[in-house]
Design a protein around this ligand. Structure first.
Ligand code: CTP
Length: 370
């Protein structure tokens, strides 16, 4: 039998895996910390190094991540502004103290013994998100992480400790958040949007002043609360719920505000497109009249002829506030989409004339359906 690569190593399960196991939350992946070993020793045991800058290795069989115990010190702004110090003399406690929240700073040895120097279990049972030490501020992303954890665990009764909120507010005020790279901000936001209580993410960032630094557009026109309410009320059947929630949050922004925010956060195209479609749907509803021409314009705007799969979900959202309009647009869609361009070709239409005739007949079919 192959030798166990961990035999004789001082290894601990850490972070999210320990936290989630104790919360009864599904454990996604397990991270490990190795104390007292060198990179050379890890390689000799068959672990594969990942990345250049961090002393992290993949287990040869399980592919789980094993990090050498390390400390980090900040040396500048942003993601790259860290000096990582890993050495066999870094203790488990020195590794844990640099972590963000007490519930994330617990470790478990191979025999299941809990190592909890910062009161993580007490906080976990009291449902409190609390920073481990003042080193919290060394990574401003932790403001967003804390808000995201609340979006995930608020249903279990969690809240953020007052002292941690104070640190988060200080970070927001310091200007440090503007040095976060867009990809990290977006990654946290996208994950938060998939959590059970995404509104908690935005409310927490609002309370500490981070939201107005990162996404000032959310305060335009109507303010934050109506947006959160809209985000909350979505049909259950929608797939890709994160993008629908994000779309509902932003659909009332002007085109230029949407463009600014999209660019600043490097928002993926699918998200941008859905916001556009929701904005067009909103225009249709606000237009008031369910005239054939405005319905036809809406279908063209959302590219319904080529992307017919968009129509049903958009109409299910429209139905939340405008059930009658949604039903009549649905009937119009049935009528208009049943016209096949092929039939017009068989009648002898071609080129731009085919396009014009198809549009004319679609409009007529929509009119008849109303
Ligand atoms: N960590 C930290 N500060 C960060 C990122 C991570 O202190 N900015 C620490 C925490 O101890 C965290 C661990 O690294 O538990 C692993 O980070 P990650 O895998 O990003 O998060 P998880 O806590 O595992 O949470 P999730 O379930 O969201 O992946």
């Amino acid at each position: 039998m192959a030798k166990d690569p961990c035999a004789g190593l001082d290894v601990y399960r850490v972070g999210g895996a320990v936290r989630d196991a104790h919360l009864g939350w599904p454990v996604k992946d397990t991270d490990w910390v190795v104390v007292g070993a060198t990179p050379e020793e890890m390689r000799q045991r068959g672990f594969r190094p990942v990345g250049r800058d961090f002393p992290v290795f993949l287990h040869p069989q399980t592919q789980e991540e094993y990090a050498l115990a390390r400390t980090e010190r900040k040396s500048g702004h942003g993601y790259t502004g860290f000096v990582v110090y890993a050495s066999p003399d870094v203790t488990l406690e020195e590794d844990l103290v640099r972590r963000d929240l007490t519930i994330n700073a617990m470790a478990e040895s191979m025999d299941g013994t809990l190592v909890d120097p910062f009161g993580g279990m007490v906080d976990l049972e009291a449902r409190i998100l609390r920073h481990v030490s003042p080193a919290f501020v060394e990574d401003p992303l932790r403001v967003l992480r804390t808000a995201r954890f609340l979006a995930r665990y608020a249903g279990l009764g969690f809240s953020v400790a007052a002292s941690t909120m104070t640190l988060m507010s200080e970070l927001a005020e310091s200007g440090e958040l503007s040095h976060l790279v867009a990809e990290r901000v977006w990654a946290e936001t996208e994950r938060a949007l998939s959590e059970p209580c995404p509104e908690q993410y935005f409310r927490t960032l609002d309370s500490c002043g981070a939201l107005k630094v990162l996404m000032p557009e959310l305060y335009e026109h109507e303010g934050l609360e109506p947006r959160l309410k809209r985000m909350h009320a979505l049909p259950e059947a929608l797939k890709d719920v994160a993008s629908w929630r994000w779309g509902r949050l932003l659909e009332t922004l002007s085109e230029s505000q949407r463009a600014d925010l999209g660019q600043r956060l490097r928002m993926p195209r699918a998200y941008r497109e859905l916001i556009e479609q929701l904005a067009y749907t909103r225009q249709l509803a606000n237009g008031g009249a369910d005239t054939a021409q405005s319905i036809m314009t809406w279908m063209e705007s959302v590219d319904a002829w080529r992307r017919g799969e968009r129509v049903g979900p958009l109409l299910s959202v429209l139905a939340l506030d405008h059930p009658e309009l949604s039903a009549s647009v649905g009937a119009a869609w049935q009528a208009a989409s049943s016209l096949a361009p092929r039939e017009l070709v068989e009648e002898g239409f071609s080129g731009s004339e085919l396009g014009r005739e198809l549009a004319r007949r679609r409009l007529a079919a929509i009119s008849r359906s109303l």
